[in-house]
Design a protein around this ligand. Structure first.
Ligand SMILES: [Zn+2]
Length: 189
């Protein structure tokens, strides 16, 4: 299969999430980037097909720590669990990542948590690509469906819903409920 991106494109996208922490002044540094369709294709998030999420980062560097306060705002497009058509899900949330800098090399990599990393104080840059896509993945609801309208009717693709109804009606042609048929096969001691 042909890769979706040339190596250069992938490098450029990943490069936006590698943040230099070495040799920068102590204090606050702000920057922003966006997670676009290409980002979501690289991240291979379950169900997410597309999206556009702006990421604003306020990074604060102190002697022994780098604190990333991240604000995510935008939307992703994911598959509806009911009709499989795309649903646009708005996102607007904050996440925080703390990188503790240690002199003891043996302690580096002993992360305290998903969002508390322990790194060698000589680390040149921090790669937040995984942190960013996992933050977005966690912000997406477990069940994705088109919302009901004001009258409480589903706004799913009506053609798909009609076909699904037909299929479940078809299963009943024998006159019995398939769920009961399944139960009959269960042997009770
Ligand atoms: Zn739907």
């Amino acid at each position: 299969m042909r890769p979706l991106f040339s190596t250069m494109d992938e490098k450029q996208i990943r490069g936006q999430f590698r943040i230099r922490i070495s040799g920068i002044e102590l204090g606050k540094h702000c920057f922003s980037t966006s997670c676009t369709k290409e980002f979501f294709e690289l991240a291979e998030l379950d169900k997410v097909q597309d999206g556009s999420v702006d990421l604003r980062v306020e990074m604060e560097k102190s002697e022994k720590m780098v604190d990333f306060k991240c604000h995510f705002e935008g939307f992703v497009v994911a598959e509806c669990d009911r009709c499989l058509e795309p649903v646009r899900l708005p996102l607007d949330f904050d996440e925080r990542l703390v990188v503790k800098l240690v002199a003891e090399k043996s302690m580096a990599g002993e992360n305290e948590d998903d969002d508390v990393w322990v790194m060698d104080e000589n680390t040149y840059e921090v790669d937040i690509f995984h942190f960013v896509y996992e933050s977005i993945a966690l912000a997406i609801p477990l069940r994705i469906v088109h919302e009901d309208d004001a009258e409480g009717n589903p706004t799913c693709d009506p053609e798909v819903i009609a076909r699904l109804d037909e299929m479940s009606a078809g299963k009943n042609e024998g006159g019995t409920d398939p769920r009961w048929d399944a139960l009959k096969d269960i042997k009770l001691d």
